[in-house]
Design a binder for this molecule. Structure first.
Ligand SMILES: Nc1ncnc2c1ncn2[C@@H]1O[C@H](COP(=O)(O)OP(=O)(O)OP(=O)(O)O)[C@@H](O)[C@H]1O
Ligand SMILES: [Mg+2]
Length: 297
């Protein structure tokens, strides 16, 4: 069975980059996606028809849209993990000002985890059921930061505490089947932020969780964003999730961005019929409670 560090594409000896004179200014975008098109070579069809957004530290962008609209493919392109026969056929993706569309595998593994990281739905599938969860997080830290086991354990416990797991030392020694879905997602978030990435992609990260736990995880992401300047890409089919967390929202439909703008503007004054439909669908689930009245804007 693959280990968590393998699934997170972590390579030995990768360390977080020390600040250097040639790093872009703090307000420069950490992630720039410009008119990205993604095609499936197998079926010779274009699936994503031009997505653009830019993310500075501490900001959050949301991608919403129906199933199959290309949300996950867009994220996977930014992480350099497109499925086998998919490729970025046009546009550019820059991480920290560096074009990543033609990076080698070695260059990719140096970026992943340390600069850009991700959490997906179904955290249990990323953990080995026969190894204590804390040991798996510690292993990511050991490999990523090149520290000794004892130090990795200490840092793992600190991280489990940072993601608001009560009694982190107890959780450290537990197995994935002993933890709830919300606790598992916190463990995965801990592993994802272990190497201090600047960008975190959360692709339907709270979808499988019940509403209360979902709200707690969203609060955690908001805290991380505020406290560490983490930039977030939040993918959800649930507009309420995006409304709560994001500054800007993109509405994708069949690989096309049908609407894009500041979250407040898109939700209060949708221009596209499809966005209106999404909002109408969500109103019954209480989207309005996340919408700040326009006067307060
Ligand atoms: N590994 C793959 N192999 C073949 N086709 C794929 C693969 N991944 C995605 N696709 C196709 O690409 C399109 C976009 O998929 P994507 O996973 O990006 O959608 P999504 O917006 O994330 O949907 P969902 O809300 O269901 O997660 C879909 O039509 C899907 O059929
Ligand atoms: Mg998806």
């Amino acid at each position: 069975m693959t280990t968590l560090s393998e699934k997170l594409h972590v390579q030995p000896g990768e360390t977080t980059r020390a600040p250097s004179a040639d790093l872009p200014a703090p307000s420069a975008p950490v992630l720039s996606v410009r008119d990205v098109r993604i095609s499936d070579r197998a079926g010779d069809r274009e699936i994503v028809h031009g997505v653009s957004f830019s993310l500075t530290p501490g900001r959050a962008v949301g991608i919403v849209g129906e199933s199959g609209s290309g949300k996950t493919l867009t994220c996977r392109a930014a992480l350099g993990i497109l499925p086998a026969h998919f490729e970025v056929t046009d546009g550019s993706i820059e991480i920290d000002g560096r074009d990543i569309t033609h990076l080698s595998q070695t260059q990719w593994t140096a970026l992943r985890g340390a600069t850009i990281s991700a959490v997906f739905q179904d955290p249990a599938s990323y953990l080995n059921p026969s190894i204590r969860v804390g040991v798996q997080v510690a292993e990511v830290i050991r490999v990523k930061k090149g520290v000794r086991r004892r130090e990795a354990r200490r840092q793992a416990i600190d991280l489990l505490r940072a993601v608001h797991l009560r009694d982190p030392e107890l959780v450290y020694g537990q197995y994935s089947f002993e933890l709830s879905g919300g606790m598992l997602q916190r463990v995965l978030i801990a592993a994802a932020i272990a190497a201090g990435p600047r960008i975190l992609i959360a692709d339907e990260a709270t979808t499988a969780l019940d509403v209360t736990v979902q709200a707690e995880i969203l609060d955690l992401l908001a805290d991380l964003r505020e406290q560490t300047g983490l930039a977030l890409v939040v993918v959800s089919h649930d507009l309420a999730v995006v409304a709560q967390l994001c500054d800007e929202v993109l509405v994708l439909r069949q690989g096309e961005v049908v609407e894009q703008g500041p979250t407040r503007q898109v939700l209060h004054d949708p221009r596209h019929e499809y966005t209106r439909l999404l909002i109408a669908e969500h109103e019954q689930y209480g989207l309005e409670k996340f919408l700040v009245p326009k006067e307060d804007a």
